[in-house]
Design a protein around this ligand. Sequence first.
Ligand code: ADP
Length: 604
Amino acid sequence: MVLWLTGHWSRQLALENLQLQNQHQLKLFVASLQGQLQKYEILPELLATNSLLLNFLQYPNDVNTITALNRYLESINNVAGASDTYLMNAQGWTIAASNWLSDRPFIGRNFGFRPYFKQAMQGKLGRYFALGSTSNRRGYYFAYPVRDKKKIQGAVVMKIEFNEFEESWSGLKENFVVTDPDGVIFVSTNDEWRYKSLSPLDDEVLKRIYASRRYGDVEIGTLSITRKDRLNETAQVVNMGVSRHSDHLMLVQEMAEAGWRVHTFASLDVVNGQMLKSVLFAAILYIAIILLVLYIVQRSRRIKERARFEKRAKQVLERRVQERTTDLTQANLRLMKEIEEHRRTDETLRQTQNELIQAAKMAALGQMSSGINHELNQPLAAIRSYADNARALLTRDRPEEACWNLEQIAELTERMAKISRQLKVFSRKTSGQIVVVSLRAVIDNALKIVGPQLKDTGTTLRRNVLKEELYVMSDMVQLEQVLVNLLTNAVHAVEQQDERWIEIAVARQQGKAIIKILDNGPGIEKANLERIFDPFFTTKSEDRGLGLGLSISYRIVEMMDGSLTAANCPEGGAIFTLQLNIANMGQQTTEQADLARQAELSRQ
Ligand code: ADP
C-alpha cells in the first residue's frame, strides 16, 4: 500500500513536471510556427498591389511582360525564401510562376479546385495546406486576390514548405505534430506519423479528403493511439503501441486562425523511471524501517528475556543460598553437637587415660614389688641386727658403740622413708599441670625407681646428659612415668643379652630438649614398629606386660606438646626419642612446681 502510494505520488509529480516542460516546449513550437506563417501571410497581399500582375492578367498574351513577370516572381520567391510564387487567372490557370524555368513549371496548370484559390476569389486571404499536385511536395499556400478596382481578376499565391522547420524541431525528446481540421497529421517531427489521423476517420470524411486532393494520392492511415488518463483539457496520457513503454504524454494547443491543432508527444519512460526509482527507494527505506523495527523489537524482547532470566537466576541463587544457609545452620548445629560429644568423649578418655596410667603404675608397682621387697627387707634386716647389737652393747655398758648402731638405724630408716616417698609419688594420681620442670630432676627420680631393677638384672646404665640444666614444659609426675616406662622396657629388652646396657642421653636441638633411651636388646621387629604405640600391644607374657606403657606414654607426651618415636639402632637394639619443649623464662619453675607438688602431697 505504502509502495503503491509512493509510486502513485511520484508518478503524479513526475507527470506534472513533464507536463510543465512540454507545455513550455509546445508554446515555443506554436510561436515559432505562427512566426513562420505570419512572415509569409502579408507577402501575397503586397505582391497583389504590383500593377505588373494586374496588367498581365488583363493582357496575358504580352510576351515581354510574361518573362519579366516570371523573373520578378522568381526573384521575390528567392528573397522571401518561399517554395513557389505564382499568379493564377480568374479561371484557376497558372499564368506566371517563379519555377518557370524548372522541369515541371506550374504555368499552364489549373489549380482552381484548391480551396485557397476559391477563398482568394472571394476577396479573402486564402490559406491552405496541401501536397503539391505538380511538385508532390507538402506546402502551405497563401493566396491573395489581384483586383482591378473592385473586380477580382486573379490571385497571387505563395507556397512555403515545412521541411526545414520540421528538421529544426526534430531530435528533441518530444515529437511535435500539426493536424488539419480533420485530424490528419501534415507536419510532424516523426516522419512515420505524417498523413496519419490521430483517430479513425469516417468514410465520408476520407472521401471528402481524397476528393479535395489535399494530400494527392497519399493514403490516409490512422496512428494507433489508445487514450488513457485524461489529465485536463489539453493533456492526456496515451499509449502509442502495445507495451507500457509506449505510454506518452500528449499535449494539445489550438491554432485557431489556421484551424490547426498542434500536439506534442513525450514518452513517459522518464516518468516511469522516476516512479520506479522512488518505489525502489521507498521499498529500501520501507525494508530498512521494517528491519529497524524488527531489530528494536527483537532487542527489547532479548532485554526482557535477559531480565527475566537474571530474575530467575537471582531467585534460584537466593533459594540456593537459603538452602545452603539452612544446611550450614544444620551442619553447624551438628558440628556443635559433635564438638560437645567430642569434648565429652575427650573428658571420658582423659579420665580413662588417668585410670589407665594409674593401672599401669600399679602394674609397674607389682613388677617392682620384688625389687621393693629387696630394698625394704635389706634395711629392715640391717635395722634388726643394729637394734640387737645396740641392746647387747647397752647391757654390756658400751654406750658409745650402742649409739653408733642407733645412728645406723636412723640412717637406714631415713633411706626407707625415701623409697616409700618415691613409690608414693609414682603411684599418686597426677594433677595434670604443665609446668617448668628440671629435666635432670625428672631423670634422677625415674632412675631411682628403676634403679633396683637395673641392679637385679645386672644392667649397666650409661648416662650421657648435658652439663647445663635444661628445663622443659611438662607434668613432672607424668614425665617420670614416661621415663620409667621406657627404661623398664629397655631393661626387659636386654634381659636375654650376655652383656646388658642401656643408655640415657640428653641433648638440645633447635629449642627442643631431646631425650634418647637406647639399649642393646634385640630391637623392635619391623612389622611391630608401627603397632607398638597401640594400646594393649605387647609381645610379652601376660604376667609381664599389659601393652599399655607405650600407648600411655605416647599420649602423655602428646599432651605436653612433645613427641615420642621409636626406631632401631643400626648396630642393633631399640632407640626411643622423646622430644619436649624447652621452657621459657618467667614460666613456672621446678621449685614452684615442687611447691605445688608438696601442696598437693599434703592435700592427699
Ligand atoms: P608392655 O611393656 O606391657 O608390653 P609397652 O606398651 O610398654 O607394653 O610395650 C609394647 C611392646 O613394645 C613391648 O611388648 C615390646 O614388644 C615392644 N618394646 C618396647 N620397648 C622395647 C625395647 N626397648 N626393645 C624391644 N622391644 C620393645
